[in-house]
Ligand binder design. Sequence first.
Ligand code: PEP
Length: 253
Amino acid sequence: MTRRTIVAGNWKLNKTIAETRRLIQLFRNRLAGIDTRATVLVCPPTVAIETAVDAAKGSAVGIGAQNVFWEPGGAFTGEVSVPMLEAAGVEFVLIGHSERRSIFGETDAEVNRKLKAVLGGDLTPIVCVGESLEEREAGRTEEVVRRQVETGLSEVAPDHAHRLVLAYEPVWAIGTGRTATPEMANEVHRLIRGRLVDMFGGRSADGISILYGGSVKAENAASLMAETDIDGVLVGGASLDAESFTEIVRSAP
Ligand code: PEP
C-alpha cells in the first residue's frame, strides 16, 4: 500500500495574526512553484487559525491546530473543541506533542480521550510519541514508545485506523539541533508500525503514515524521508521560514 507523504509545520507559540497572514502568503507563493505529491500543512497558534485558513484558501496548504480538548463545549476555560476547529476550516490537529506532555502534564490517557473525540468528527489527528533523553539512555525507548502508542490509541475502532497519522519525535531532538540519524529513527518507526499491525492488522497498519520530527531542516529532510518507514516530517523551527520549509517540501519523495 502506498502511504501518503506528509510535511507538517508546527509553529508552536510563534506568529501574530498579521505575521501568520504574511508567512502563509510567502509560503503558498513558493509552494506554487514546485511539483510535489506531499500533503502539506502548517499549525499556527489558535488565535491565528481563522486568518491562516483564509490566507491558505485555494492553495495546497492545509491548516492544523496544535491541540484540542475532548469535550465539544461547556465550562472548560481556555480550551478549544473539535466542532470549533472544524467550523473554522481546520483539517488536522496535533495530539500529545511532547511539549504538551512535558510542560502541561498531558498523559497518555488524555491523549487517548482527545484522539477519540477527534475521530468522532472529521479532523485528521497527528498523534505524537517519543522518548526523552533520559529514557533513551536508560535503554527504555521501546518500552516508552510502545506504551504511548498502546494507551494513546487504545479503543480506536479498526475502521478508523486509516484516518490516523503518527509522529515519532524523540524529545531530545526537538529544538535542540540534535537529529536522530535516519537509521535510528527508522528503527523506532518500524517498531511503531509493528504495534499498529498488532492493534489494527497488517493492511490498516500499512496505510498509516508515520512522520519523524526533531530538528528537521532542509539539509536532513531528504535522507530521513528516504527511509522505508518514514512517511514525512513534522517540522518546528524550520517551518517558521518560508524558504526553508519550501525546501523541506521539495525534498519529499
Ligand atoms: C516540533 O515542534 O514538533 C519539532 C520537531 O520542533 P523542531 O523541528 O524545532 O525540533
